[in-house]
Design a protein around this ligand. Structure first.
Ligand code: PLP
Length: 222
């Protein structure tokens, strides 16, 4: 069982294009499992709960690059800003403002992705393109100095229907392209975080640059 974690990860990496990054999603997985990757030099992990991320980051080595991928409450932003590498799941203007405010206090610039709502399920968080346009055109947005928008993120519907997955990922890619053309010409706006264990092949075909893979590496969650 434990040997497979490293093998699973390496197998995925060996079968995708070199420019696509894999973020192992370690939520509800043990620190021992995470160390199996860490000890081989793989030091990037994604978590979706602030409490769990803090607990793990205190116990595990300090050179881990932490990614936050879950819905983030504004009152918890301040716990992440000192050390988080990338927040994938910025799903509202209010949240982005809070991140900017907390980052300003400690003189950091926080890397963020804008999460878009692309699934048919209405339980998933995120902007729609009109909300994003409105935010990006506002003077409040343009005055924020302590955030760096690196790209977009989305979660597709949980389905095996390849056509539907293609359509949803295409939508996210289109949003990315529009924002790139109209708002973010810089090269640093370059990430499309899409694709999980069950749909990452389709996500890559549609232009993903970052996969978030949990069970496909670590097995079933506790
Ligand atoms: C849990 C989670 C993942 C990983 O899901 P798997 O199906 O285990 O690969 C990816 N992204 C987000 C936002 C998640 O919450």
């Amino acid at each position: 069982m434990e040997v497979n974690i490293l093998e699973n990860f390496i197998q995925i990496k060996n079968n995708i294009p070199g420019h696509v990054k894999v973020i192992p999603v370690s939520k509800r997985q043990s620190k021992e499992y995470m160390m199996l990757l860490y000890s081989e030099g793989y030091k990037v992990f994604g978590e979706n709960r602030v409490q769990e991320l803090l607990e793990k980051s205190e116990a595990l080595p300090k050179d881990i690059e932490w990614h936050f991928i879950g819905h983030l409450q504004r009152n918890k932003v301040k716990y992440l800003t000192p050390f988080i590498h990338l927040i994938h799941s910025v799903d509202s203007f209010r949240l982005l403002k809070e991140i900017n405010k907390e980052a300003q206090k400690i003189d950091r610039k926080i890397n963020c992705l804008l999460q878009f709502h692309i699934a048919t399920e209405d339980t998933k968080y995120g902007f729609d393109i009109n909300e994003a346009r409105e935010m990006l055109g506002s003077s409040d947005f343009l005055s924020m100095q302590n955030i760096e928008i690196k790209g977009v993120m989305g979660m597709a519907t949980f389905t095996d229907n390849k056509k539907q997955l293609q359509k949803e990922f295409q939508q996210l890619k289109q949003n990315f392209d529009e924002l790139k053309t109209n708002h973010f010409k810089a090269e640093s706006f370059c990430e499309i975080s899409m694709g999980m264990s069950n749909d990452y092949q389709v996500a890559i075909e549609q232009g993903s640059t970052m996969l978030r893979i949990g069970t496909g590496i670590f097995g079933k969650r506790k």
